[in-house]
Design a binder for this molecule. Structure first.
Ligand code: NAD
Ligand code: DAU
Length: 365
């Protein structure tokens, strides 16, 4: 199979200081195949330069790496970076559903205005390539999510299903996809989309279920389980998610979307049970608290389009979860830094009243 991106390409990775973006950067540069990467990241509360320390501390990798702090919605920063890139991987987004319910605006700024700025820059470079001003147009890989399909009570979503987002976060992500598709159809941009499922692993901000419950369990603090805890998610290890994105970048057909499914569908209660066992804690810490508004009950994707192209995830959830819990136990400084800034006020706003209304959960699932 031919690679659409050569081994010594220059990649622009937006959001590369976040959870999935930094894994992608570490993974690609560790191949030592000459690939160069520039990260553009705004360093919001979710971005952390320390996630890139493995790259910046390695002289051979550091020589192929550059970091720019900036916003994808700022054309002054974006335009020259896109002009210098062979491919743009847009991993940047505001990513937490609960925060999108509290304050949607930042989600729209990044996933609508920011994506539009990227698309305009890629459109100009595509025209420049057509005019002979550069060897090839830059390829865009837009990182999306299974949440764009909405709640899936039964069966599995396939890539041709309609988008039916139900939270401000998911609506913002679906908007990005629609813009990317429109620019592919109208201006002929070479663009591909990945739709990943719920991702877990080291370096994930502790606002999300697995790192929040792990760090709270390790500290002996209550675990706020929304509603009955029987919501279903499909868990994908971050190393697999990054590998899937890299594979689609190299082998995806222009204009197509690809589900990156984890293949580990579990109700939240089962995830909590496994996590408590790995952390050496029990159900006495779990509280059932008032549910997330509009909470999607189930996500499930069919990964056969990507499997037919030659890629499937490699990690098992049991091993991945145990390693993840151990990583959080072994990195208290990283956790403390992620829980600085606006963390206490966010936690109070999101969980204060919920925990006050919460009840103990006696039974394991
Ligand atoms: P994250 O919140 O850990 O990281 C997001 C990164 O983007 C941060 O480094 C942040 O500083 C940066 N960023 C935010 N707004 C920016 C802007 N305007 N300009 C430049 N940088 C900006 O997120 P994540 O969990 O790593 O998710 C990465 C991508 O993967 C997102 O697009 C998300 O929608 C998608 N995704 C995530 C999951 C998951 O379970 N985490 C699953 C499927 C898809
Ligand atoms: O499905 C992919 C998506 O997964 C990504 O696109 C998002 O960026 C990512 O945040 C994630 O969204 P979810 O809303 O599914 O993940 P979260 O970790 O917030 O919640 C997972 C499940 O756990 C969900 O059913 C809500 C529940 N939950 C979550 C939190 C934070 C709780 O019960 N209590 C909590 O405190």
């Amino acid at each position: 199979m031919t690679d659409r991106i050569g081994p010594a390409a220059h990649l622009l990775v937006t959001g590369g200081a976040g959870f999935i973006g930094s894994e992608l950067v570490r993974q690609v540069l560790a191949r030592r195949d000459g690939t160069r990467i520039t990260v553009l990241d705004k360093l919001t509360y979710a971005g952390n330069r320390a996630n890139l320390a493995a790259v910046e501390d390695d002289p051979e990798q550091a020589a192929r790496f550059a970091f720019v702090r900036g916003d994808i919605a700022d054309p002054v920063v974006v335009d020259p970076l896109v002009a210098a890139a062979d491919a743009v991987l847009n991993v940047a987004a505001e990513t937490h559903v609960d925060r999108s319910i509290l304050d949607p605006e930042a989600f729209l700024r990044t996933s609508v205005i920011g994506v539009h700025v990227l698309l305009e820059a890629i459109r100009r470079e595509t025209e420049r390539a057509r005019a002979g001003g550069r060897p090839a147009a830059p390829r865009l890989l837009q990182v999306s999510t299974d949440e764009v399909y909405g709640d899936i009570p039964s069966g599995h979503s396939v890539e041709t299903d309609p988008l039916a987002p139900r939270s401000p976060y998911a609506a913002a992500k679906a908007s990005s996809e629609l813009l990317v598709r429109a620019y592919h159809v109208t201006y002929g941009l070479d663009a591909v989309i990945t739709r990943g499922s719920n991702t877990y692993g080291p370096h994930q901000h502790p606002e999300k279920l697995i790192p929040l419950f792990t760090t709270n369990a390790l500290a002996g603090e209550p675990l706020p389980m929304y509603g009955d805890g029987m919501q279903i998610r499909d868990w994908l290890h971050v190393a697999d998610h990054a590998a899937g994105i890299d594979f689609v970048l190299r082998h995806g057909a222009p204009g197509e979307a690809y589900n990156v499914a984890g293949g580990h569908l579990l109700p939240n209660r089962e995830v909590i049970e496994m996590l408590l066992a790995a952390a050496g804690r029990d159900w006495s810490l779990v509280r059932t608290v008032p549910d997330r508004p509009g909470h999607d009950r189930r996500y499930a994707m069919d990964g056969s389009r990507l499997a037919a192209l030659g890629w499937r995830p490699a990690r098992t959830f049991d091993e991945g979860l145990a390693e993840t819990v151990a990583w959080y136990r072994d990195h208290p400084d990283w956790v403390a830094s992620a829980r600085s800034g606006d963390w206490d006020s966010y936690y109070q706003r999101q969980y204060g009243a919920r925990l006050a209304a919460g009840r103990a959960v006696d039974e394991a699932p």
